[in-house]
Design a protein around this ligand. Structure first.
Ligand SMILES: [Zn+2]
Ligand SMILES: [Zn+2]
Length: 188
């Protein structure tokens, strides 16, 4: 049986260090292999000129259209600010129990809040939010345990409060889903 795969797809001019970091740390928490894949995503198609933000659902649709490997999940990582129509912004969006997720690193940087850059904190936040969005693709909903990485965060303070780990019950669900993904038929 193979290993489940996570494909990290850069969207826009994402700092390559962030992608390298995620490819390194995600397999420490999840029993997966992690690759960076360059797949053209048309950022302008998602741009909303009045909000001056990008509609995450449109980026998600493009990632799903470009998806080839049934044994893989796709996480798009972008440096632009994302929104969905009912919210002022989102850190990310995922298909629940689906294939793809998208993460914005835009509001994870201290400089967004007018504070000095803090690379360690920024990378920690990237890891938590990547795990959170991938957790949704493995079928996890929001968790009431405030330390669990699946706890809902709509502000950076909430991101910082939770840990970079799944609670016992979320962890069990995610490992079962990964085992099913690993045994999925491979793409020809
Ligand atoms: Zn969520
Ligand atoms: Zn949990």
């Amino acid at each position: 049986m193979g290993r489940a795969l996570i494909e990290l797809v850069p969207i826009g001019n994402v700092d390559a260090e962030v992608l390298d970091f995620l490819a390194l740390v995600l397999p420490e928490t999840l029993p997966v292999s992690c690759h960076i894949r360059n797949h053209p995503v048309e950022l302008e198609a998602a741009y909303h000129p009045l909000r001056q933000q990008y509609h995450s659902t449109e980026l998600l649709a493009q990632l799903i259209r470009g998806h080839r490997n049934p044994a893989a999940k796709v996480l798009g990582v972008t440096d632009v600010d994302l929104f969905i129509p009912i919210l002022t912004f989102v850190f990310g969006e995922a298909q629940l129990g689906g294939t793809a997720a998208v993460l914005s690193i835009y509001r994870l940087d201290q400089r967004f809040y007018g504070l000095p850059e803090d690379r360690r904190l920024f990378f920690e936040r990237c890891e938590k939010e990547a795990l959170h969005e991938l957790g949704h693709t493995f079928g996890l909903v929001h968790c009431s345990d405030f330390e669990c990485v699946m706890h809902f965060s709509n502000s950076i303070e909430h991101v910082d409060l939770k840990s970079n780990a799944f609670c016992a019950s979320c962890g069990r669900i995610v490992r079962e889903a990964i085992a099913r993904l690993a045994s999925a038929p491979k793409a020809s």
